[in-house]
Design a binder for this molecule. Sequence first.
Ligand SMILES: Nc1ncnc2c1ncn2[C@@H]1O[C@H](COP(=O)(O)OP(=O)(O)OP(=O)(O)O)[C@@H](O)[C@H]1O
Ligand SMILES: [Mg+2]
Length: 360
Amino acid sequence: MSSERASAGVPFCFWSAELDHEGTLRPGFVSLACEHVFGVTADEVRSDFTARLRQVLPEDRPLTHEALERAKRTGEEQIVTYRLRSPAGSLRHVEERVFPVRDPSGRLVGLESTSRELPHWDREQESARRRERLASIGTLATGIAHEINNPLGVILLGANEAQRVARSCGAGDRLDGLLELIKEHARRCGRVVDSVLKISRAERTSRGRTDLRGLVERVRSLSQAAAAEQGCSILHSIPDSAPAIMVNGTEIEQVLMNLINNSMDAGATRVVFSVGEGEGPSLVSLRVEDNGRGMDETELAHAFDPFFTSGPKKGGTGLGLSLCQGIVESHGGRMQMNSVEGIGTVVTIQLPTESTGSER
Ligand SMILES: Nc1ncnc2c1ncn2[C@@H]1O[C@H](COP(=O)(O)OP(=O)(O)OP(=O)(O)O)[C@@H](O)[C@H]1O
Ligand SMILES: [Mg+2]
């Protein structure tokens, strides 16, 4: 029995490819399970390597390409997840792992890859786990947030006043600096309490038909000045014909502003908005792509966790993405993140194009 025949029943697609002198990948072995995972036959992939991406959503194709390029450049293992649409219209999520192959001298001579369809429960469990965490934050938050808000206000006022007095008596830089530190941290606590309250409220807000292109342009003009200061361009390719969405415009603007801030924090010089086909009949997919530092697997796995932040020194609360996710899910939508370290991050948001019945 040939190894290809033996691999037909395995739910993993495996391929190996050699790197030629020009750095082009020449596929060698492609398992028969390729058809099961990618919907194209192993023969097709062997004769045209790009054929394996035929069913991958166009907006996710750059991710697969970038993962291979990065594996070639760095010689490190890469993991990427993307979405495929079968001819029958169903949407599937695939996880691909790319491994470098070296010769005995350590030179990179090829790549190998395994891909598997992510089971439905993987995704459902993940989003249930997040919802649970947010719910437990909510219970706690309502109990303590108001108790904390008042003393915080008093601390800020007191520090302000003390700073004014200290300056008027010429108390010097050391005291001024310490009072500034108290104010800065009191403000940070205030931001945490604020975000936690917003997340826990889960208010049912009014929604209406909103022009998606107009909304993105508004966000773009709101953030452009700060972005330009950091050398970052905010761009979009959303056509006039993009479908209207049924959302609370202010909330979705808040989501997009948060995502732009994250991209800028990650050192991106470009943030690009685009639209794609939604994952359901009444959904449209809004994609936000940046060329920032990206995330490794562990960081990506925790990015949505409340209080997870890689920027505590910059005043990050680690609640931005929790807030965004809460807003998107309260609209009946979904938020997904893909990232390749050193290349960039793509956030995909599913937004409703029709009333979900949850609006007032
Ligand atoms: N576009 C991105 N590129 C790289 N890393 C990101 C990106 N978006 C999020 N992250 C990672 O996920 C973490 C959590 O993001 P989140 O928005 O929840 O919190 P934060 O940005 O750290 O804090 P805050 O939103 O309060 O400013 C970030 O600290 C960062 O490590
Ligand atoms: Mg943030």
